[in-house]
Design a protein around this ligand. Structure first.
Ligand SMILES: Nc1ncnc2c1ncn2[C@@H]1O[C@H](COP(=O)(O)OP(=O)(O)OP(=O)(O)O)[C@@H](O)[C@H]1O
Ligand SMILES: [Mg+2]
Length: 315
């Protein structure tokens, strides 16, 4: 069982418009509202791949109920901790080839709820083998909060896959508790380390890892590179992961689909090669769909077989 954590889920609303008229009225017909947030994208992809998953995190109010109803309609198991505030909306206006986003910051979480969630998470850990922590923390929660969750998981020998960015990522991976895996994209690893990464050179990836002990200590470091595939460090081994060219519809959430693939590979103790191939295939399948956190499994084998994993041997 994979346990996914979404601390700041949202109802994602998309408004497709021919033209966005500023300081005027915009009427929209084809509104789409879906349960969102990076952790819920991971959850949906794991479910579509037919693996066992349970979603947790914080939610509340009518929007919280909307999210729960959507998960129920997809037959996804969930055990969220209920907060007294309303969960947030995130709005994407699609117009003239642009995507203008209005993201609510969401509720501020009280210290009592923060403490109660830690107990709630701890109880759920016994049912899980692998845990994913995805996305930013809601307001009121300090950046070291994921450290507390990783501490509990590590004590119970559960593997934590972490996907966040900015200060949250830095604080979490330079603390005492080490996650089992991180999956920054190019921009995120560059921001984290202050070093430039050349997508065409695995040597530049190896150099970054060797320069930063806190990265070397993490068993799995996967840097996803969008259309260029990924670089991976698994224990002491390095790999270049090459992918075919595909017809991209919407690449948002491909990193979340990649995390879903990695979580499945790790929890089923699949080979490194298969785990990396599955992760890339899921990322590509998500990029080929309009909807975020969605993969069409009928095309899975076709894309899985086109991913190539090349080990790197230092000379
Ligand atoms: N344009 C693309 N063409 C082919 N594959 C893609 C493309 N974009 C993403 N992918 C696939 O998805 C994986 C993850 O994508 P990416 O590196 O963009 O993640 P990300 O930036 O973390 O995305 P997000 O945070 O929106 O989920 C890639 O390694 C690749 O396998
Ligand atoms: Mg990402």
């Amino acid at each position: 069982m994979i346990l996914t954590v979404t601390m700041n889920p949202s109802v994602d609303i998309s408004y497709p418009l021919e033209i966005l008229k500023i300081d005027s009225v915009n009427r929209v017909a084809n509104v789409r509202k879906v349960a969102g947030g990076k952790g819920l994208n991971v959850t949906k992809v794991i479910k579509l791949a037919n693996e066992e998953v349970i979603a947790t995190g914080l939610l509340g109010g009518n929007l919280g109920n909307f999210i729960i109803n959507q998960l129920d309609s997809m037959d996804i198991k969930h055990q969220f901790y209920t907060i007294p505030q309303e969960s947030r909306n995130c709005i994407a206006i699609l117009h003239e080839g642009y995507q203008t986003e209005i993201l609510e910051s969401g509720p501020t979480i009280s210290s009592a709820d923060q403490t109660h969630f830690i107990q709630h998470f701890s109880n759920l850990l016994d049912r899980a083998k692998t845990i994913t922590l995805s996305g930013s923390l809601p307001s009121g929660i300090n950046n070291d909060y994921y450290q507390k969750l990783i501490n509990l998981a590590n004590k119970k020998n559960k593997k934590v896959l972490l996907d966040c960015s900015g200060d949250c990522l830095k604080v979490t991976i330079t603390g005492a508790e080490i996650p089992y895996l991180i999956k920054p994209n190019k921009e995120e690893i560059e921001q984290l380390t202050g070093s430039e990464l050349d997508s065409n050179s695995i040597k530049s990836f190896v150099d970054i890892i060797e320069k930063h002990k806190f990265l070397n200590d993490i068993p799995w470091v996967i840097v996803s590179l969008g259309k260029d595939g990924a670089f991976a460090k698994i224990d002491d081994c390095y790999y270049t992961v090459a992918i075919p060219e595909i017809k991209v519809v919407n690449p948002v959430g491909s990193g979340d689909a990649t995390i879903a693939g990695l979580a499945i590979g790790i929890s089923t103790m699949d080979t490194h090669e298969n785990t990396l191939k599955r992760a890339m295939a899921f990322g590509m399948l998500n990029a080929m769909e309009a909807q975020t956190g969605c993969i069409n499994m009928t095309d899975y084998e076709h894309f899985f077989n086109q991913v190539k994993v090349y080990p790197y041997y230092a000379v």
